[in-house]
Design a protein around this ligand. Structure first.
Ligand code: FE2
Length: 487
């Protein structure tokens, strides 16, 4: 018997699309098939053909395809089939006045390296967003190898076939000081709306698509570039013009910025003072500017409004959480938190944003638990919630279990003040465990109810000096912190 072997056509993968205008989208994918059929119904009727993108990704042999679809009906949902594959849907930018859902995630990686990455992408897919903002550090191929780039774009296909993928670049994407990966692997895979060139951008991936902006519904979204020499000063001038226009345009209600690096952060990467000065100034002069989204620090943190702008660090999208290890405070920016920090936690997750005519509602949905968590948050439950009505911010008390600041720590005289957060009104118990994990002291916490509390804790005199664990237990969940007792 003779087996007949033929080279199979490479099925299309890494399929994703971006909104490049009110009536245009761009598709990017990998594969030999170049035909994209689309239309307002599943019978399609229209055809687009892929071609090589102007900047060619190099993470794998490809072939990489890009197809621009123009002349679409504004506000309409289209069906499509790529290379004879299953039916999916796409749409151009949401039209003014419409409500829409956005998911925002940062510091993501691929399932080859990070266990939390795929479950978080499944959470995004469940939410059926209009589009996803990715705050940079997309694949970590500079650390983990080029296969992670292709894997990232396959992992996100759980949502990127039906929701637009709107990214901005992080330091790992241009691999400062590393030659494994560079921005060709990202710029080459996206067509972006109103693409802009920054001074100082690496020449290997030159030019264009260092940042971009677009209007979705009644919101102007403005991305900001990576920290290239001169890039932020140039961006400030352009962003000022874009915000001035938005202020004067009655069809626009809100302005949102997004980028990789934080302006405010008490995590492992502090906020950049120069970025902070720029965003503070923009906030002070543009009252429609209410929200900035960033990553870089692998934690979650939300500020109180700063010059009208709430800053949210959402660097919890898959890559390893980065607490400050070694000392009693897990936050490089100190314990207790800086005055501007409204809520912060170490836990994987993703931010869901619901844009309405007069408000923006944010819910941080928890992903899987991980080693460095400092809160308990079952998968899919809400870690933090906030609503922006113009400049007015409201937020219910957090409904998570968490241990906060211990002071003083080290503890003298067997007495210390403890901040903690309860998830519900159930009974809560605090224990002191020795290093072997044995419970050596128990305290019933009477201060009930969900939200933040503070208590004076007295331990048994006569406990040996040394390191102990604090264990807070409520409703079957527990969270631990560390405390040092002095003689
Ligand atoms: Fe990162």
């Amino acid at each position: 018997m003779v087996a007949l072997l033929a080279t199979p056509a490479l099925a299309a993968d890494e399929i994703h699309w971006t909104m490049i205008g009110p009536t245009a989208v761009s598709f990017d994918w990998r594969g030999t098939g170049r035909t994209l059929r689309y239309g307002l119904t599943k019978s399609y009727g229209l055809t687009a053909t892929g071609g090589a993108p102007s900047i060619l990704p190099f993470s794998s042999a490809g072939p990489f395809q890009e197809a621009k679809l123009t002349g679409l009906q504004a506000g309409a949902t289209y069906h499509y089939s790529l290379d004879g594959g299953p039916d999916h849907t796409f749409h151009a930018l949401p039209v003014p006045g419409t409500s829409f859902t956005v998911f925002a995630e940062g510091d993501i990686g691929s399932s080859l390296s990070y266990r939390a990455m795929a479950p978080i992408q499944a959470r995004v897919a469940d939410g059926r967003p209009s589009f996803v903002l990715a705050m940079g550090d997309l694949s970590y191929a500079d650390y983990n190898g080029l296969a992670c780039v292709d894997q990232h774009f396959n992992d996100v296909m759980t949502w990127s076939q039906d929701a637009a993928y709107m990214p901005i670049w992080g330091n790992h994407d241009w691999a400062d000081g590393d030659t494994t990966d560079d921005l060709r692997d990202y710029k080459g895979r996206f067509d972006l709306p109103n693409p802009q060139t920054s001074p100082g951008s690496p020449s290997v991936s030159c030019c264009g698509e260092d940042w971009y902006w677009f209007d979705a519904g009644s919101v102007r979204f403005i991305a900001y570039p990576e920290l290239f020499p001169g890039a932020w000063a140039a961006w400030k001038k352009s962003a000022t013009t874009l915000m001035d226009q938005a202020q004067a345009d009655p069809a626009l209600r809100f302005i949102v910025t997004f980028g990789h690096r934080p302006a405010y952060s008490s995590g492992i990467h502090a906020g950049s003072p120069s970025l902070r000065a720029i965003l503070d100034t923009l906030g002070a002069h543009h009252d429609k500017y209410v929200l900035n989204l960033n990553g870089h620090s692998h934690d979650y943190e939300r500020t109180t409004p700063q010059f009208g702008v709430t800053h949210v660090t959402i660097g919890i999208g898959g890559s390893t959480l980065e607490p400050s290890l070694g000392g009693p405070c897990a936050w490089a920016g100190g314990c207790p938190p800086p005055a501007w920090s409204a809520f912060r936690a170490y836990h994987h997750g993703v931010l869901r944003l619901q844009f309405e005519a007069e408000s923006i509602r944010g819910d941080v949905l928890c992903g899987p638990a991980a080693t460095y968590d400092d809160v308990t948050c079952p998968e899919g439950t809400v870690l933090d919630q906030f609503t922006l009505n113009g400049h007015k911010l409201s937020s219910p008390p957090p409904s998570v279990l968490a241990l906060g600041h211990v002071r003083p720590n080290p503890v003298e005289d067997s007495t210390f003040m403890l901040e903690y957060t309860l998830a519900d009104a159930g009974e809560a118990r605090l224990e002191l465990l020795d290093v072997a994990g044995r419970s050596v002291h128990r305290i019933a916490l009477n201060a009930g109810g969900a939200g933040r509390h503070e208590a004076q804790v007295s331990t048994t005199r006569g406990l040996r000096p040394g390191i102990y664990w604090l264990r807070l237990t409520q409703s079957g969940h527990e969270v631990r912190g560390r405390v040092v007792l002095l003689p």
